[in-house]
Design a protein around this ligand. Structure first.
Ligand code: SAM
Length: 239
């Protein structure tokens, strides 16, 4: 399995602090209706910031955290293992969303900041697999990341985080790479007190793009009714 995060995974949790600070309330809101009598699933769980929100939002539910990247799983385990509640409820599964053996019934599903990793066919298949498993009234929570079509995106800084004397800066640019696809080129710089580079890592990965209207159409075709919350967080419930 190709790990697009092999080199960059080191930085992702650090650089997602601000993003998750903003996502927290809309994701919690979108999880309304989640049930604890079936496992919750976090697809592409990364370092587990979504797992934490699932655990807070759905007390007592079992959580299946699906994550294909070994580097990301290391961060995920580190987040879980020192928290007795998370450690007792969360099972980490080394798989992709398209390959994972999903439970027969699901009480909530998260797919945050990850859906562009799936091909169109795999994504549509995933909606169907989730639609037949999510219990009535329970949510699939999903978001998109820009761009919404296959266009170039100029180099831009996403965020900078200070840890000790060092600052970690994440930036990136994208280039069209065929119909419905871009290639993101990410740059992670470690800078010292005087803004001098200490280290730099770059990584590239393909990303399937789509507009929110296309996403809502696909979810509707798979039998979901949808609502769009803050920051474009989509809450989809089986119709
Ligand atoms: C940008 S990170 C987001 C992680 C986490 N959901 C978050 O928002 O903090 C994308 C994650 O999706 C994972 N991923 C990549 N391909 C995947 C696939 N086919 N199925 C599930 N997850 C995948 C990556 O390993 C990575 O951890």
């Amino acid at each position: 399995m190709l790990d697009h995060y092999q080199d960059s995974g080191e930085f992702l949790d650090l650089l997602s602090v601000d993003a998750w600070r903003a996502l927290r309330a809309p994701v919690r809101q979108a999880l309304t209706g989640a049930r604890a009598d079936a496992p919750a699933v976090d697809l592409g769980a990364g370092s587990g910031r979504g797992v934490q929100i699932l655990a807070e939002s759905v007390p007592g539910c079992d959580i299946i955290a699906v994550e294909p990247s070994p580097v990301q799983r290391a961060a995920l385990h580190a987040r879980i293992v020192d928290d007795p509640d998370l450690a007792s409820r969360t099972s980490v599964v080394a798989a992709t969303a398209e390959q994972v053996d999903l439970p027969e019934t699901i009480g909530a599903a998260l797919a945050i900041n990850m859906i562009g990793h799936l091909s169109v066919a795999d994504r549509r298949m995933l909606w169907q697999r989730l639609a037949i498993r999510l219990r009535a009234g329970t949510p699939l929570v999903v978001n998109l990341q820009p761009p919404s079509e296959a266009v170039a995106v100029g180099e831009a800084e996403f965020t900078t985080v200070r840890v000790g004397r060092l600052r970690y800066r994440g930036s990136g640019s994208a280039q069209p790479a065929g119909p419905g696809q871009v290639t993101w080129r990410m740059r992670y710089q470690v800078l010292d007190d005087e803004d001098q580079p200490v280290r730099e890592v770059s990584a590239e990965y393909p990303w399937q793009v789509m507009s929110q209207a296309e996403l809502l159409d696909e979810l509707s075709a798979a039998g979901f009714t949808t609502e769009v919350g803050q920051l474009g967080i989509v809450r989809a419930v089986r119709a």
